[in-house]
Design a protein around this ligand. Structure first.
Ligand SMILES: Cc1cc2nc3c(=O)[nH]c(=O)nc-3n(C[C@H](O)[C@H](O)[C@H](O)COP(=O)(O)OP(=O)(O)OC[C@H]3O[C@@H](n4cnc5c(N)ncnc54)[C@H](O)[C@@H]3O)c2cc1C
Length: 479
């Protein structure tokens, strides 16, 4: 497996075409793109740390060696549980994405669907997939997952759009491979991963064969352009020389980009589905249930830990930690955290082999969706209580740079101190700003799919007939 140093070295060989804030930037030179690389390096570090061996690595049936869990296809309920624990751990350590999370869940969805296609259609997809997977595992590569298309006018199908490029699609097939066009949006950390695996954003229908395509591309392949998000946090990072003043100093916010595919050639060995519309529904459904357990649920449990810890520190620094209403609010935050965690673990424990006979495991759909919904709703409450406890200074505090300014330092030290001195109070206020007045609210709401998608799934999966029958029987109502 790669060490963090080896991962950093390998990034020097990439040359992705990246734009940020209206200009072209270099991955290893820009302060914001560097946060992605740093976060990935930290995940490599965790994976080679013996303390986290069980969570961060797994025994691969393909190589016979231990591999990163980010590249492992779940073979048991225990694997599902450890996958969720990995999401939790990396969130606690990074306070941002494990940028290999979507990729891990896309690989797991593709394993089962390519297995089925080869059995049912006599295709070669699963062989290609496993040989690609072995390549990833043997080289311990970081893989991002590209699912979300720009989608244009939401009520129109892909082929009805004025511009078909708003969904990734095949524009040419030849003896060597396919050529694809389009884009994927909100791509977490794709710039700092070695590879990206692409799947359709939704179930495609007959007539939409060109949009039914799954494949893998190396970072920076010809025709790929990455256009990064730009936020006040990006601007601040560009301006402030010392990262320690930036809330989440090393790893920053969750960085995403639009990934443009302009006539990108993909050799057949890297194509895992092409035209089989009837398999796209289960591909996206399997991705969604796995990702909702991990990104939707477990990841946010780790974020909740950070918010609870920071709120408790802010209360102690201000001398209010024993006030009954503060204790109650911290308790409420803990309740939300544990509810999300319980749903996540239930999704893993209720997981099962899918497809039957494949040896691959998928989490329970209902609990995975509920984990994501509990986190999406609960996160606003976590933000509310953390902001309440942190006080107005979460958004009104001056920069910690004032402490180094001889003209203002004494004032700030004098007026910003409480039970604790100004410095830790300012630092934790800035940390809380990152959570309560940053990108994480909307990010948690939409990441792993907007909640309406989970509600539709939940309603569709629930057996209302059996519930009606129970109620009728007990109430004594004849059919
Ligand atoms: C922080 C973050 C990280 C992400 N990382 C990744 C990543 O790494 N890879 C990846 O592939 N994706 C990623 N995503 C994308 C994420 O999956 C999408 O944001 C999510 O699926 C919602 O899609 P959208 O953003 O296009 O929202 P929209 O589709 O614009 O949704 C906006 C609203 O419109 C509603 N809506 C949409 N379509 C319809 C319709 N047809 N009928 C009725 N209502 C509709 C939605 O329910 C929602 O209320 C990330 C998102 C975030 C916020």
């Amino acid at each position: 497996m790669k060490t963090a140093a080896e991962y950093l070295e390998s990034m020097k060989n990439l040359n992705p075409r990246i734009f940020l804030g209206g200009r072209e930037v270099k991955l290893l030179e820009n302060p914001t793109t560097l946060t992605v690389v740093r976060a990935n390096a930290r995940v490599y570090e965790l994976s080679t740390d013996p303390r986290y061996r069980e969570i961060m690595t797994a025994l691969s049936p393909y190589t016979g060696e231990r591999v990163s869990r980010c590249l492992h296809i779940a073979q048991s309920v225990r694997d599902l549980e450890m996958r969720a624990e990995m999401a939790l751990l990396t969130s606690q350590v990074l306070g941002t994405c494990n940028y290999r999370c979507v990729g891990a869940d896309v690989l797991n969805a593709l394993a089962g669907v390519t297995w089925e296609m080869d059995r049912e259609l006599g295709t070669d997809y699963h062989r290609r997939f496993t040989s690609y997977l072995r390549y990833l595992q043997e080289n311990d590569l970081a893989v991002s997952g590209a699912v979300t298309d720009p989608k244009g006018e939401r009520t129109k199908r892909p082929a009805q759009q004025d511009d078909p490029d708003v969904y990734v699609h095949v524009v040419e097939k030849n003896a060597d491979g396919i050529v694809v066009r389009g884009a994927k949006v909100s791509q977490s950390g794709a710039i700092g991963c070695h590879e990206t695996v692409v799947i359709p954003t939704m179930a495609m229908r007959p007539g939409e064969e060109d949009f039914a395509v799954a494949f893998a591309v190396p970072n920076g392949a010809p025709g790929i352009t990455y256009i990064c998000q730009y936020t006040p946090f990006t601007a601040e990072r560009e301006l402030i020389p010392d990262v320690k003043y930036l809330g989440n100093p090393l790893y920053g916010q969750r960085e995403t980009c639009i990934m443009v595919f302009e006539n990108v050639f993909v050799p057949w060995e890297r194509v895992f589905l092409c035209g089989e519309t009837q398999y796209t529904g289960r591909l996206i459904a399997r991705f969604a249930k796995t990702h909702r357990m991990n990104c939707g649920g477990a990841c946010k449990v780790g974020f909740a830990d950070l918010m609870i810890g920071a709120a408790q520190l802010a209360a102690e620094y201000a001398g209010v930690s024993k006030a009954p209403h503060i204790v109650e609010k911290i308790t409420e935050m803990i309740r939300i955290r544990e509810t999300c965690y319980a749903c996540t673990i239930a999704a893993a424990y209720k997981g099962k082999e899918e497809p039957a006979g494949s040896g691959f495991y998928q989490p329970d759909d209902i609990f995975g969706n509920v984990a994501k919904l509990a986190a999406a709703d609960g996160f606003w409450d976590l933000m509310k209580w953390a902001a309440d406890i942190g006080g107005g200074m979460v958004v009104t505090a001056p920069s910690e740079l004032e402490l180094e300014n001889p003209q203002t330092s004494n004032y700030v030290r004098k007026f910003m101190r409480a039970t604790a001195p100004a410095e830790p109070r300012l630092r934790i206020a800035k940390f809380l700003q990152n959570w309560c007045a940053g990108l994480h609210g909307a990010g948690t709401w939409h990441g792993a799919g907007s909640p309406q998608a989970q509600k539709l799934t939940l309603y569709a999966l629930t057996d209302l007939e059996s519930k009606k029958k129970m109620a009728r029987e007990l109430a004594g109502i004849e059919e």
